[in-house]
Ligand binder design. Sequence first.
Ligand code: G3P
Ligand code: MG
Length: 251
Amino acid sequence: SSPDAYEDMSPVIAHRGASAHAPENTRAAIELAARQGAQWVEVDVTISADGIAVIHHDADLKRCSDGDGLVIQKRLAELKQLDVGRWFSDQFRGEQILTLSELLALASHLELGLNLEIKPTIGREPETVWAIHKALQQVHFEQPLLLSSFSIHALQSARRHMPHITRALNVEAIPADWQHRLEEADCAGLHFAKEFFDAAQVSAIRDAGYHMLVFTVNDADTAQRLLQAGVDGVFTDMPQQLQQTLKGARA
Ligand code: G3P
Ligand code: MG
């Protein structure tokens, strides 16, 4: 089986790419994250109507494209006609929705660790995971790879199809029954929202042998505090700023 992705984890993970300075989940945002020195990026994965894994955060297209309607109700050919950069700024006009296959090639080229956050439409979890599995089968992706999801169903499906890829459960708040939930989908890590940080819970989860990542942290002091408390890393929209400050704090 593949090594645990957390062994290669960096303390700073670019959230949807360098999404404070480029349109989230696009080629531009991922390239910028790499230029800013990020070693890992997180992106959101869902599927098109014809079952192709694509990179997009929201279920609908309104916020981050010049189209509307649901991603899962458009075929890839229709999705590819949309502009997913111009909503952010004119400078990014012409960005297209990335397929997972395109993203894998890009992350390989940039030598980035990759956290694929599975964002299935509820009820389409198996199809979403299957599409991810197919994309991964078609390439030889050698960078560290971590699958995560808020959906236990998706994680269980990932375990069935890709048992060797490290899995993490996403939550907003750390649940009281975290151990049970992590065991349900055989996860190596828990990712939670910074608002719900609790030092005692973090210690207990760490002592139980699990890893933790926290989203979304754009403030270096908060990142520092979380890392000192025992989390493995933080998701941030501004990797450069965070890395610079963390480096300074350690020196
Ligand atoms: O995967 C961590 C984080 O991205 C989860 O929340 O809404 O930003 O996808 P969201
Ligand atoms: Mg995400």
